[in-house]
Design a protein around this ligand. Structure first.
Ligand code: DP6
Length: 399
């Protein structure tokens, strides 16, 4: 760990990825420990396109724990932040007490300064809490020399964050115990297992801010009968099937199951009382377009999934990407303001046949989609070795 003699300052910087569920987590059985009512499964996205970077410093001279998120100091007393901090400090002390000679005795009782930024615009409405809490917990563990199972700690920051501690295809096993120790994430396959799989995030304009996932799922658990049925009957079978089709790299089955699970999640939102609407008109048009496109070819070439907002995440295979992006460009012509419509991994251009355009039979929706982020599956959290990348200066304050 880098140590600055003058300041007695230890500092670590790490990055962590975003993940997008294909079997959704929705509903808690324990709101404090963040224990879910069903297991879930996600794909970790590549950090070149979407990541959180966090620097944590600790020093004897710091007066209190402090946190800066995307350039602004925030309240460190937030209960979920406190859960993660307390839990990592407890694990670090436990390690010290069991006599591990490599553990640093003094450092755990020092206060920390935390500085965190995303490499993607917060305004895009992409869930950033998963990457944020995964990065916080991973960076703290590096600073305090805590090893082993970290997903149960990240889970206490935000449920979906536990899945961001691994790359590739990741399941969050709901567990059974009341202390939550068996409610952990596990890698199903690594990010290199299915290299042809590609991901597009269609950033849709939201007119109004939607209900947050925490409060949304709270109301769903209280009121939705459909959610009970989903958690007890539907998801257990879907988890098994999803793992099987990923291992077989069977895109048809993977895509179909992904879309069905997204639709059922949004159906439970509609079954919530009062109902919750996360999808807007543009989301609905994207759903129709995907089904019409697949129908034209008589096979599932692309699949959509939606979280607690109107943005679509599209899963497809590399070979179908150029044409599908062209289809999106055609039916959602962009605002010609000079900024790039397709960002991230390059997508080759393609021509659309008149027959395909005619068959899809949709009126174009100008400006419905702001831009597209093109990405793929990627690795879990990493340590940033280059000290010039630290977000905190030697004074322990944001640079
Ligand atoms: C729709 O993890 O954001 O994205 O545990 O309350 O922090 P909290 O909720 P959060 O919920 C994510 C819900 C989802 C589905 C998913 O990612 O599985």
């Amino acid at each position: 760990m880098p140590e600055n003699g003058h300041q007695n300052l230890a500092m670590v910087t790490c990055t962590a990825p975003v993940n997008i569920a294909v079997i959704k987590y929705w509903g808690k059985r324990d709101e404090d420990l963040i224990l879910p009512i069903n297991s879930s499964l996600s794909v970790t996205l590549h950090q070149e396109q979407l990541k959180t970077m966090t620097t944590i410093a600790c020093s004897r001279s710091f007066q209190q724990d402090r946190i800066w998120l995307n350039g602004k100091e925030e309240d460190i007393s937030c209960p979920r932040l406190q859960s993660c901090l307390q839990e990592i400090r407890r694990l670090a002390r436990k390690r010290r007490n069991t006599g591990d000679p490599t553990s640093d005795v003094s450092i755990v009782s020092n206060k920390v300064h935390i500085c965190s930024v995303n490499n993607f615009p917060t305004a895009a409405g992409l869930a950033s809490s998963a990457a944020g809490y995964a990065c916080l917990v991973y960076t703290l563990s590096q600073l305090f020399g805590v090893e082993g199972e970290l997903s149960a700690v990240a889970r206490q920051g935000s449920g979906s964050a536990c899945r961001s501690l691994y790359g590739g295809f990741v399941q969050w096993k709901m567990g059974e115990w009341s202390d939550g120790k068996d409610s952990i994430a596990e890698q199903v396959e690594s990010e290199s297992y299915w290299p042809e799989l590609r991901v597009l995030i269609l950033v849709v304009s939201a007119e109004q801010k939607s209900v947050g996932s925490t409060s949304g799922m709270h109301t769903s658990v209280k009121t939705s009968q459909l959610l009970k049925y989903r958690a007890s009957v539907v998801v257990p079978c879907r988890m098994e099937e999803m793992i099987r089709v990923i291992r077989q790299r069977d895109f048809q089955a993977f895509g179909e199951l992904t879309m069905k699970d997204s639709n059922q999640f949004h159906a439970t939102c509609l079954d919530t009382y009062p109902p919750i609407f996360y999808l807007n008109n543009v989301s609905h048009r994207i759903i129709s377009l995907v089904h019409r496109y697949n129908q034209y070819y008589g096979e599932t070439k692309v699949a959509y999934t939606f979280d607690a907002g109107p943005n679509a995440v599209i899963y497809t295979l590399q070979e179908h990407l150029p044409e599908f992006v062209q289809v999106v460009r055609h039916f959602f012509p962009s605002e010609a303001n000079g900024s790039e419509f397709v960002r991230g991994l390059p997508v080759c251009s393609a021509d659309l046949s008149e027959e395909l355009k005619r068959d899809l039979n949709m009126e174009p929706t100008p400006k419905g989609i702001h831009y597209i982020i093109s990405t793929k599956a990627g690795p879990g959290p990493c340590v940033v070795e280059d000290p010039s990348q630290h977000l905190l200066g030697v004074d322990g304050l944001p640079k």
